[in-house]
Write a protein that binds this ligand. Structure first.
Ligand SMILES: *[C@@H]1O[C@H](CO)[C@@H](O)[C@H](O)[C@H]1NC(C)=O
Length: 304
């Protein structure tokens, strides 16, 4: 009886070890960097101002050999590490690198906090990385790679931002020439009514190490959105930085007044009308009261 229980226990322990080993059995890290202009170009007012004029970080993703990202940590279905820190525990550990994170790893979307972004990246990718207990090292390693000018996309892509699309293969070859390995390019199609691809992200693949530092080829050199366009038309735009004034509080008001006077008159007229109606009402009531009083006085006078 005891023997049976021991065997069951041993089997359970073995199973959990196998599960955790398989869950964290990834091949390499993918460093994903965002071109903010491509993200914000369709609606710059939805992005925080000023919009960065350099590539910002999306994340550092443990990735399987075939290029698929390791799925997020899950207690039941993907217990990739034994006891990773929970997302709500990490921000307190990042105070010493907060400035670097705010600059290089910001949440671009207006009204969305940086902390939420970092916590989401941690829950999607950090908890299954090699640093499940150590977000400070995970985030620092990511910053170190992204801040290394060796991997600055604006240098290694070999073309400056412009209004001219480039052959996607040319950009891939430029990167290969400049850093020795193929990256992955991720595309978007932000302009409605056109099929023009924009370079949304560039991703560098690093061999699994603590910390990751040696590049390798990415198994898949472009994502599905890039591939949605036939190879012959596969050109990609690296749009110019978006310049927004820092005095956005003043400009929109001015613009609104100049651009749409009808809007301001319709909003102010009803108020005005209401206000004057009230005055007219009280004026009429006042006159009536005076009139009645005057009549009464006159009646009294007559009686006397
Ligand atoms: C990559 O490998 C994983 C695990 O072996 C598998 O689940 C997934 O479907 C594969 N993805 C592709 C695109 O082949």
């Amino acid at each position: 009886m005891v023997m049976k229980q021991l065997l069951a226990l041993a089997a359970a322990v073995l199973a959990s070890v196998v599960v955790s080993a398989r869950g964290s059995d990834f091949e390499f890290y993918k460093l994903s960097l965002i071109w903010p202009s491509s993200v914000c170009i369709s609606a710059p007012q939805n992005c925080k101002s000023p919009i960065p004029k350099f590539f910002t970080i999306h994340g550092l993703w443990p990735t399987l050999k075939n290029g698929t990202a390791v799925p997020p940590y899950d207690q039941v279905t993907n217990k990739c590490n034994v006891d990773p820190l929970k997302p709500n525990q990490i921000v307190a550990k990042l105070t010493s690198i907060r400035g670097r994170l705010e600059t290089k790893w910001p949440n671009l979307i207006k009204g969305k906090s940086d902390e939420i972004y970092w916590e989401t990246e941690w829950s999607h990718h950090g908890m299954c990385s090699d640093y499940p207990q150590d977000p400070l090292t995970y985030f620092t390693s990511t910053l170190d790679l992204a801040e290394n000018s060796k991997y600055d996309p604006l240098k290694v892509l070999g073309v400056p931002p412009s209004n001219t699309p480039h052959d996607i293969d040319t950009l891939l070859e430029n990167v290969k020439k400049n850093v020795g390995y193929y990256p992955q390019i991720s595309c978007s199609m932000p302009i409605k009514g056109t099929k023009q691809l924009y370079l949304k992200e560039i991703r560098f693949c690093f061999k699994r190490a603590m910390p990751p530092s040696a590049l390798q080829n990415c198994p898949d050199d472009m994502d599905d959105m890039c591939r949605s366009v036939p190879p012959a038309q596969r050109t990609v735009m690296l749009p110019l930085p978006i310049t927004t004034t820092t005095t956005t509080n003043v400009t929109p008001t001015l613009v609104r007044n100049i651009m749409s006077p009808p809007a301001s008159t319709t909003t102010s007229w009803p108020n005005l009308t209401c206000g004057s109606l009230v005055y007219v009402q009280w004026g009429i009531i006042g006159l009536l009261v005076l009139y009645v009083l005057a009549r009464r006085n006159r009646v009294h006078e007559h009686v006397e």
